[in-house]
Write a protein that binds this ligand. Structure first.
Ligand code: 9WN
Length: 489
């Protein structure tokens, strides 16, 4: 049996779907959840995390805290999984894509029916996708949430294809994924252009993925919170309250999601609508990837590259602040930029056609006092170290995360910043190693916060381990976007 077949066969026998408290780093206590690991390589331990989090058809971010399939987690996980099992990585993405709604949206959670309803909130009975989402074309046989997450998927599909183009072609992987990815981008560009300037808006903080970022404080302050007694936070069974969003945040998340659901998940009416730099940069990177997929399938891909370039121009036009040297969010409801520095505003660095002067400025901003990349900070803090709302432990209000670190690393490499990219890569690997693949870390001390054995931390560790050795093509081609028909590896 070859390696791919072994992995898939073993996965099918994995029976545990939900383990209440084995992988959570609570109350900042230093707790090792795996057997002593000195003798095992980082690669082997990362592979073990992905194996432990695999359910048979997809990978959970964390067995305890997040026991279902999450959209952007799955894309990052597939990017790492491709180095272990290209077949499993394809399956991961196919499972997610099969839960797509007829209007093109890819839901942010695909629920595992074997997991108890009270294991995670909001659960399927809150979203009621198959009934409340009927008009928007929610699937009937699988339960999902009704909001979305950042569109990393086409990028992931392209990178997974490149890991084993022969397997991909024999399974028709790209041919089956392409129409779904095209519909997904269409949904975002047509139904979500709420600002009318060509960019996609998010209608809930969970959609952007950085749930309690200070960027949302002002737009969220207009939202009346749902009463605390109307829901129960399952996250606090697993995570330390001081590391998580507050109850007030949750009240507002619940209000926004309830209103969206009760309006049949129709777009346009949300009180909260924000154009975010990272969400749109990932859409643009994925549009470039879609061009490469189209080309592999026999089309030219030219129109998609052109659209990606137009979107890059719109991103600069609407969200770049030259005086502050970074991208900001735009509050679509009052039309103003939100003057909060978040790691989101650095992530457009990954775009290949970003003007040179903007890329240079972003690198300076990242290395300056607000983010201290390569200086006093570990990795890349999620929020301005000098910002009033900075908190080194509270989720997306300061801690450093591995997916955003990976994106900045790719961006640095994309723009020829090899020394800084190498240093960030080393820091990401060392921190993943020292924290047992933590969900996020204190940006000054590197202390583990949130869940341990976290899916995308392990997956992106694997991806970084496989990026060695660097050659000259890496910095112009950080995402495998060469025009050689996908045979790069
Ligand atoms: C809500 C799964 C997800 C990530 C998000 C992260 C967190 C969920 C939560 O976990 O959000 O979607 O319950 O806090 O903020 O980025 O995708 O890992």
């Amino acid at each position: 049996m070859d390696r791919t077949a072994q992995l898939t066969a073993r996965a099918a026998t994995h029976s545990v779907v939900y383990e209440p408290d084995v992988t959570t780093h609570s109350l900042h206590a230093s707790r090792t959840v795996h057997a002593p690991h000195a003798a095992r390589t980082l690669h082997a331990r990362a592979a073990e995390v992905l194996e432990a989090n695999w359910t048979g058809t997809s990978t959970v971010p964390s067995r305890g805290l997040y026991p279902h399939q999450w959209s952007w987690d799955s894309a990052f996980i597939a990017i790492g999984l491709r180095h272990l099992s290209p077949l499993r990585a394809q399956t991961e993405l196919e499972t997610l894509l099969s839960a797509q709604w007829d209007d093109g949206r890819i839901p942010h959670i695909v629920f595992n029916p074997s997991v108890p309803l009270d294991a995670y909130f909001p659960s399927p009975d809150f979203w009621r996708s198959s009934t409340a989402g009927r008009a928007a074309g929610a699937p009937r046989t699988v339960q999902t949430s009704g909001i979305v997450q950042p569109p990393v998927h086409a990028l992931a599909v392209w990178l997974v294809h490149q890991a084993d183009p022969g397997l991909s072609r024999s399974r028709g992987f790209l041919a089956r994924a392409y129409p779904r990815l095209a519909a997904w981008h269409r949904y975002l560009l047509h139904r979500r252009d709420l600002g009318g300037g060509g960019l996609a808006s998010v209608v809930h903080p969970w959609e952007q993925g950085m749930d309690n970022s200070p960027c949302w404080d002002a737009p969220l302050s207009r939202v009346t919170p749902a009463p605390a007694r109307s829901f129960r936070r399952a996250d606090l069974d697993h995570g330390a309250a001081e590391d998580r969003p507050t109850d007030l945040d949750y009240g507002r998340y619940v209000r926004l999601a309830t209103d969206y659901r009760d309006g049949g998940y129709e777009d346009g009416a949300s009180e909260f609508a924000v154009e975010d730099p990272s969400f749109n940069a990932l859409l643009i990177a994925s549009e470039h990837a879609l061009a490469h997929i189209a080309r592999e399938l026999g089309a030219t891909g030219t129109a998609r590259h052109a659209r990606a370039e137009r979107l890059t121009a719109a991103l600069v036009e609407r969200l770049w602040d030259p005086a502050e040297g970074m991208f900001f969010c735009r509050d679509v409801r009052d039309g103003a930029l939100i003057p909060e520095r978040s790691v989101s505003g650095l992530i457009p660095l990954l775009l290949p056609t970003l003007p040179r002067d903007i890329a240079d400025t972003l690198v300076r901003t990242a290395r300056g006092p607000h983010f201290e990349l390569g200086g006093a900070a570990r990795l890349v803090p999620s929020y301005d170290l000098l910002g009033e709302a900075f908190d080194p432990h509270r989720y997306w209000r300061g801690p450093a995360w591995f997916n955003t670190g990976w994106l900045v690393e790719r961006g640095l490499r994309q723009h020829g910043e090899r020394t800084h990219a190498d240093a960030l890569r080393t820091a990401l690997l060392e921190t993943a190693d020292a924290t047992d693949f933590a969900e996020y870390v204190d940006p000054y001390t590197g202390e583990a916060c949130g869940a341990l054995g976290f899916g995308w931390t392990a997956a992106l560790t694997l991806d970084l381990l496989h990026q060695q050795p660097f050659d000259d093509s890496d910095f112009t081609n950080a995402f495998g976007m060469s025009d050689q028909g996908g045979e790069r590896r």
